[in-house]
Design a protein around this ligand. Structure first.
Ligand SMILES: Cc1cc2nc3c(=O)[nH]c(=O)nc-3n(C[C@H](O)[C@H](O)[C@H](O)COP(=O)(O)O)c2cc1C
Length: 368
């Protein structure tokens, strides 16, 4: 018996189904301000029970790629208002993903061309940023070597997340998702292989979790726990994140800490890497420890999504790439209609092509 199309109570917010649109950077905010095309793109996909937006940087320092939107200026708040208004008018719900890339940036993207910040001054090997070349044109380039944050600077970044979360509420979002996944700033602190700091933010598990938990607590205090979710990616190896001793123990400690906070949800973005690194036992233990709504993402099809919901591995399932090419993904899944394939060449940047021009199945099926 399928539960994919059932409603779900997300901390008081009724979702119309259990299908989440996963956060996806699309790099179309040329001035870092979302525009009418952004609003159209998300409204087309409002059939999802919940949309989580692309990562939105919480400050200039938080940025790692050109053309990603922010949530730290008045103009950005005004831009996002168009998006939330359009999604709500279409009956959807939407959380903003709040992002700080940490060391995964380039000096050309940083205020006054300073070094990006990280727990330690170690560059991510083999990782590209999307910034400005020396001649001022946009392009791919190796990420810059970061500088280690001073202990006293860390509360300032937490304050940036709080300000961005307040901005999100002002812009009409139903909540925020703290981006603690995919090798970005919080994961750089959590990772015991990278974070060799000797202050209160490095070393023991409690110290490595301190930054993300202080930020969760501060954001919860500002906008309420029912409006706060978090995305994590245990055992991910993207962006030069090394394996480390006590990895499962670290993530389980975080699950335990989060369980005491009663957030709207915890979102794991890398189902396959978790199963490869920790196995199904880890996933079940993590879910049981967290309590509350758990979202899982990673290469889902209708069948595998239903199987995971039926097996009690997750409460909600997130689809990423299928939502790019199928604005009406929920209807297609419900009716068993074929799915269009997303063109990787237009994932990032460019115009409305590959962004707002994927047709719904009903439009596509209309005779000309
Ligand atoms: C184009 C693209 C951009 C992405 N951007 C983000 C992002 O901004 N934040 C994030 O947490 N994950 C991001 N992801 C990861 C997705 O949220 C998702 O976890 C991943 O694509 C796996 O789901 P899928 O197999 O259904 O696509 C991105 C993925 C893609 C394909």
């Amino acid at each position: 018996m399928s539960t994919l199309f059932d409603r779900h109570d997300l901390a008081g917010l009724t979702l119309r189904n259990r299908i989440v649109m996963a956060p996806m950077t699309r790099s179309r905010a040329v001035t870092t301000v979302p525009d009418a095309h952004t609003a159209t793109y998300y409204a087309q996909r409002a059939g999802a029970g919940l949309i989580v937006t692309e990562g939105a940087q919480v400050s200039e320092q938080a940025r790692g790629y050109l053309f990603t939107p922010g949530l730290h200026t008045r103009a950005q708040v005004t831009g996002w208002k168009q998006v939330t208004t359009a999604v709500h008018a279409a009956g959807g719900a939407v959380f903003a993903q709040l992002w700080h890339v940490g060391r995964l940036s380039h000096v050309s993207l940083q205020p006054c061309e300073r070094a990006p910040v990280a727990p330690v001054a170690k560059a991510a090997a083999g990782v590209q940023a999307f910034g400005y070349r020396e001649d001022g044109t946009p392009g791919q380039m190796p990420v810059s070597t970061p500088r280690a944050l001073a202990t006293g600077e860390i509360p300032g970044i937490t304050a940036d997340f709080v300000a961005a979360a307040r901005n999100a509420v002002e812009a009409g979002f139903d909540g925020v998702e703290i981006h603690g996944a995919n090798g970005y700033l919080f994961e750089q602190f959590i990772n015991g292989g990278l974070n060799t700091r000797i202050d209160a933010y490095g070393g023991s598990i409690a110290n490595r979790l301190r930054f993300v938990l202080e930020t969760v607590d501060a954001v919860v205090a500002a906008i309420g726990r029912h409006r706060v979710g978090i995305r994590l990616s245990p055992f991910n190896r993207v962006f030069d994140m090394p394996a480390f001793e006590g990895e499962a123990e670290t993530w389980m400690a975080l699950a335990h800490e989060l369980s005491t906070r009663g957030l709207a949800y915890v979102h794991l973005g890398n189902r396959e890497a978790i199963l490869a690194g920790g196995g199904e036992d880890f996933l079940r233990a993590f879910r049981q420890t967290c309590g509350g709504t758990l979202i899982l993402a990673g290469n889902y099809t209708r069948d595998s999504a239903e199987a995971d919901l039926d097996a009690g591995l997750a409460d909600l399932v997130a689809f990423g790439r299928p939502f790019i090419a199928n604005p009406d993904l929920v209807e297609r899944l419900r009716n068993g209609w074929p799915l269009a394939h997303a063109d990787g060449a237009t994932f990032y940047g460019g115009s409305t092509a590959g962004y707002t021009d994927y047709p719904a199945y009903r439009e596509e099926a209309q005779p000309a």
